[in-house]
Design a binder for this molecule. Structure first.
Ligand code: MN
Length: 720
């Protein structure tokens, strides 16, 4: 048992200003309160709060926390009241003891609903002051260390499960790595003693084989660093049986050599030395691929910082290195507690260690019911989420698989609607990239941007999906309406009439449409033909139309198409303003490009498919003139988007000819998006290439450049 003066000395060793008198009074007060009570071990009960206080001195916590630890069971287990404590130790300590008592009273029952409700209370109780949780964790740690004294196996089991499910994840969440590992391992010993035993045996065996190996590795590493002017401390650390068990369950490792169970910690003076050390290790030894992680530039959500890497180190032993500064090491081991020591009097409420708590509270407030809340919290607590940061350091947590678009919508709907790109950890990345824990995400926005229908395919959050869908639906309707109006105007004009709003209104009932806009949208979407509307307005036309339009040759249909750009043919529907992908689709057969002469084919429910005027597949629509509409590009305002142009080539079957081909295309700022070899002989390859280009001129330039290349035999644009 820690003696009174020892405890006081421990606190004074890290906080010389601590009030000795009040610590002494706390010790005596708790000892008297518990009196003759005994623990399951037969020890006086007071040994327990004392040990808890002792654990917390290792974290250099302030005197109030230490006194709270001493008193933590008095309200629950003795006659002492809140008022007594407040009178003796002030409101601060009384409030803290109250908080711990509340946590203690919450039992996690097997009943799901109750468990959730209790967890809610639990979070609320600890959210007032994180020190309440620190004391509770130390309390649980000591109870776990003495768990074997409890006689009833069911009770031991329940406590162990609770520790594994609730307390260890909580400790991890606030960055208390040491605490988490010990809690887990003690619980593991109770829950699965056989598995733990066999791992321990294996550990013993590996340890006996490599006794001097660790010292050798450390010595060689130290020498290497010294040669490079870096002073460092290196220690070998064994992984815990539970963490190895978890890895075995995931089938990650088999533990064949000592290096499977050891990690080496390199502690250096400053951040610069961290990266230098990394450089030295990577240049001296072969690197194990996939092991490098930079948690210094982007710390983990719980504040953890380090560089991780794996190398085939001294004598080709595979080793794991964790490189960090002393301060980082403090945080790595002690997490929140490292911030909450006597020196600072606690972190600011804005520190990253607090945000998760606020998020948790937020979920609490908005969860539909206790079960819903449980899903968000218990057990995997945060395993199905990723934590990312804004450039300002604000935490955004998202479900697993979330993309920058989800991130943008989580920041603000406007940001989502306007996002055009994303920098992840400083690098421009595609919007569909799946975010990972700790990513820093900067969203690039443009006022001209609107949500893209393609986003719907990769977003995972409900908020993003709902916004995109709503926008796409509105936009689509808008496009269909515009398109429908143009088609109708043209159809009326063909018969020598001007289109009139009033005339359309009069026939709304015929088509069961509430408004003229709806009627136009129906025509635009291809659900109604323009001809049907014209006939409804002018019933007498029907027979005349039938006679005129019965047979139209393809040549005739083609002749109807405009010969020049939009400004020369005011009747044609202009592609400007109609976004391809909604009411308009570019045909996959001929891949029309801005500048091509084009024609639209109305497809029921899908709007208009755009073909080049010489596309072979137009033959099949020759007898349905109603489905043809005149289209033109508005070349005054060519959108910056890229379009796919398709070309067929015949290339010399010789070394380097494919290289020539891609070089020529790249030099002309084209991007190959697809390549297929359609035929191959001893002399030539025939192939089909899709190239992303701005317009038909761009593609023509590329084709000309390819034709000038000696290794390329022939180049044609693909037609249908
Ligand atoms: Mn206790």
């Amino acid at each position: 048992m820690i003696r009174q003066f020892e405890l006081v000395e421990r606190v004074r060793s890290y906080d010389p200003t601590a009030n000795e008198d009040i610590l002494n009074r706390g010790y005596v007060f708790a000892m008297k309160a518990h009196g003759a009570q005994k623990r399951a071990s037969g020890d006086p009960y007071f040994s327990h709060p004392l040990e808890v206080a002792g654990i917390l001195t290792n974290y250099k916590l302030d005197a109030d926390t230490i006194i709270t630890a001493l008193l933590h069971d008095t309200i629950e287990d003795t006659d002492v009241t809140h008022a007594d404590i407040e009178e003796q130790f002030g409101p601060q300590v009384a409030r803290l003891v109250d908080g711990v008592t509340k946590l203690t009273r919450i039992e996690f029952q097997s009943d799901q609903a109750k468990q959730a409700e209790n967890f809610r209370k639990f979070v609320l109780a600890m959210s007032e002051d994180i020190r309440v949780l620190l004391v509770k964790l130390a309390d649980r740690l000591h109870n776990m260390r003495t768990l074997h004294f409890i006689k009833r196996p069911e009770k031991r089991h329940r406590i162990a499960i609770e520790t594994m499910d609730i307390y260890a994840p909580l400790a991890e969440r606030i960055g208390m790595q040491e605490m988490k590992q010990e809690l887990e391992d003690l619980a593991f010993a109770e829950i699965n003693p056989d598995a733990r035993q066999s791992i321990l045996k294996r550990l013993d065996f590996l340890r006996s084989k490599g006794e001097d190996l660790i010292d050798k590795i450390i010595a060689e590493m130290l020498g290497l660093l010294a040669d490079n002017g870096i002073s460092a401390e290196i220690s070998g650390r064994e992984k815990t049986p539970y963490s190895m068990w978890k890895k075995m369950q995931k089938n990650e490792v088999g533990f064949e050599q000592l290096s499977d169970i050891m990690a080496f910690r390199v502690i250096v003076d400053n951040v610069e030395d961290c990266y230098k050390t990394l450089g030295v290790a990577h240049s001296a030894y072969p690197v194990v691929p996939g092991r490098f992680k930079d948690y210094i530039s982007t710390s983990k959500p719980n504040g953890y910082q380090s560089l991780h890497t794996g190398v085939f180190g001294p004598e080709r032993h595979r080793i794991e290195l964790q490189i960090r500064t002393r301060e980082m090491h403090q945080v790595a081991e002690h997490g929140v507690a490292a911030h909450w020591n006597y020196k600072q009097g606690g972190p600011s409420a804005d520190g990253p260690q607090y945000r998760w708590l606020r998020e948790l509270l937020d979920i609490l407030e908005h969860a539909a019911g206790p079960e819903d809340f449980l899903e968000h919290t218990k057990l995997e607590m945060f395993q199905d989420q990723v934590f990312c940061f804004t450039p300002r350091g604000d935490l955004i947590n998202l479900p697993l698989g979330a993309t920058p678009v989800d991130f943008a919508y989580a920041v603000h709907s406007e940001v989502g609607d306007r996002c055009v790109g994303a920098k992840i950890n400083g690098r421009m990345m595609p919007l569909r990239t799946q975010l990972r824990n700790g990513d820093q995400v900067e969203i690039v926005t443009s006022k001209a941007q609107t949500p893209s229908p393609t986003w719907e395919r990769f977003v995972v959050t409900g908020k993003a999906r709902a916004r995109i869908r709503r926008f796409v639906r509105l936009q689509e309707r808008d496009e269909y309406e515009k398109l429908g109006r143009s088609i109708l105007a043209r159809a009326f004009k063909d018969e020598g009439y001007e289109i009139a709003e009033k005339a359309l209104k009069d026939v709304l009932t015929v088509f069961q449409q509430p408004t003229v806009a709806d009627l136009c949208a129906q025509v635009g979407a291809g659900h109604l033909t323009a001809r049907a509307v014209v006939e409804a307005v002018y019933p007498g036309l029907k027979s005349k139309l039938d006679k005129d339009r019965n047979v139209v040759s393809l040549a005739q249909a083609r002749k109807r198409q405009p010969r020049g750009p939009a400004d020369l043919d005011p009747d044609a529907v202009s592609i400007k303003g109609l976004i391809p992908g909604m009411a308009m689709h570019m045909a996959g057969c001929c891949h029309p490009l801005p500048g091509d002469r084009i024609v639209g084919i109305v497809t029921t429910g899908r709007g208009v498919t755009v073909h080049t005027i010489d596309c072979e597949s137009l033959e099949s629509y020759a007898e349905e003139p109603d489905r043809w509409i005149d289209l033109s590009w508005d070349l005054k305002d060519v959108p910056a988007d890229l379009h796919v142009g398709r070309i067929t080539l015949s290339v010399l079957n010789a070394p380097g000819s494919l290289g020539d081909l891609s070089t020529v295309i790249a030099k002309n700022n084209g991007n190959i998006s697809n390549l297929k070899i359609t035929h191959r002989s001893t002399d030539f390859f025939d192939m089909l290439i899709d190239v992303e280009v701005h317009d038909v001129k761009h593609l023509t330039d590329i084709i000309a450049a390819l034709r000038a290349t000696p290794s390329i035999n022939s180049v044609e644009r693909a037609r249908g």
